[in-house]
Design a protein around this ligand. Structure first.
Ligand code: XIL
Length: 371
């Protein structure tokens, strides 16, 4: 029986705060975190971190996360901030095929294991990212010229090996990443080109078999906007649910851009409706890679205030929908963000500046979490 309460317990200097965000179709026999704080999905926040975002998230029964990359482990200031502010982490790159499966016969878990140990030592969870994607694959895979049946076996073996290594430790896996084009068709990838859309089901079944306790997610960008791509992800989840293919959640990457004309970010009400649409299928919702970029240099005051408001709206939409339990931002500081190199002319997309100082967006997130 799967226990899927979204609960948080926060111990502050003055009070014991118990927060449960409500259950989504759980069996009645499951205890709440207040009744049984030892459940694996209850979070205990220590007094030392009661001013971080994770404290406010826990009061809402939510996790707030970040993605770790090269800056992790480099300074105690950075690592200390991560453990104060966040209750769940993702490896930005360390669990991608290129890093974790560098040759056909070898796996390298060193960096991701260090992140997991850090998470465990600080009462944080870890999301796994990612098991089937088009990008950041090793040359042995992309240039191997393997026939379809061999590729299917390589995919299953990778998932089985990695999830067995992490069995019982990863809260949720992004099993398949970015499978759809903007028009809703299946994106051409090393997997779909050889195996058709069936590779998605193959990947989810292999993941469930290897670690039955991990929540399994489909993860993509631009699902936050209504349209053909969102519809294809919806049909995928609907079909998996109808046929009993294992899937537990949908990851909304949430990479947004503030445009001069005010577009680029869904409104709070539209995003709330989108989350409700997927929640009605009985899956959890994670915001997996949130960042909101502005023009750099030269963002106008109104663009900057639109960015702050957008952070409030995205977090507010999650808080409004019980099935939405994780809000992960894609990196800690603007300096380490992938945005400036990927979207030239844009940046300043995260909650902290390069000096680890909180930005207005941090306060907006805190307020949206009720802090
Ligand atoms: C990005 C990383 O942040 C970069 O460091 C890397 O160079 C490229 O990938 N969608 C995803 C993430 O699912 O894995 C990507 O991460 C950002 C887009």
């Amino acid at each position: 029986m799967r226990v899927s309460l979204r609960c948080g317990i926060a111990l502050s200097f003055v009070a014991l705060v118990v927060a449960c965000g409500g259950a989504t179709s759980e069996p009645a026999a499951v205890k709440t975190c207040a009744e049984d704080p030892s459940q694996p999905k209850c979070v205990t926040i220590t007094p030392a971190i009661d001013s971080g975002l994770r404290f406010y998230a826990a009061r809402n029964g939510r996790f707030v996360g970040t993605a770790l990359d090269a800056a992790f482990g480099a300074t105690t200031a950075y690592d200390g901030l991560v453990s104060r502010e966040f209750s769940i982490i993702t490896a930005a790159n360390a669990q991608k095929w290129q890093t974790i499966h560098p040759t056909r016969t070898t796996y390298n878990y060193t960096r991701a294991d260090a992140m997991l140990a850090f998470a465990q030592a600080n009462g944080m969870k870890m999301r796994g990212h990612t098991l089937a994607w088009q990008n950041q694959n090793p040359a042995w895979l992309t240039g191997g010229g393997y026939p379809a049946d061999t590729l299917a076996q390589i995919l299953k073996d990778h998932i089985t090996t990695v999830l067995t290594h992490y069995k019982g430790t990863i809260y949720a896996w992004d099993v398949v990443n970015e499978a759809f084009n903007a028009n809703g068709s299946i994106a051409p990838t090393i997997w779909s080109n050889a195996l058709g859309r069936g590779y998605i089901e193959t990947a989810f079944r292999a993941a469930r078999a290897a670690d039955p306790a991990a929540l399994l997610f489909y993860n993509d960008y631009n699902l936050e906007f209504t349209g053909a791509k969102q519809d294809s992800a919806f049909v995928l989840v609907q079909d998996f649910k109808a046929r009993g293919v294992p899937i537990d959640g949908i990851g909304f990457q949430a990479h947004f851009q503030i445009n001069a004309d005010g577009t680029g970010v869904p409104s709070k009400s539209s995003l709330t409706s989108t989350f409700q649409r997927f929640a009605a299928l009985g899956v959890k919702i994670h915001i997996t890679e949130l960042d909101i970029r502005v023009r750099t240099p030269g963002a106008t005051p109104s663009e900057l205030s639109a960015q702050t408001q957008a952070y409030a709206d995205i977090v507010g939409a999650c808080v409004a929908v019980p099935a939405c339990e994780v809000i992960t931002v894609w990196g800690v500081t603007d300096t380490e963000s992938w945005v400036p190199s990927t979207f030239p002319g844009y940046g300043s997309a995260l909650l902290f500046d390069g000096a680890l100082a909180k930005k207005a967006a941090w306060a907006a997130v805190k307020a949206a979490l009720g802090g």
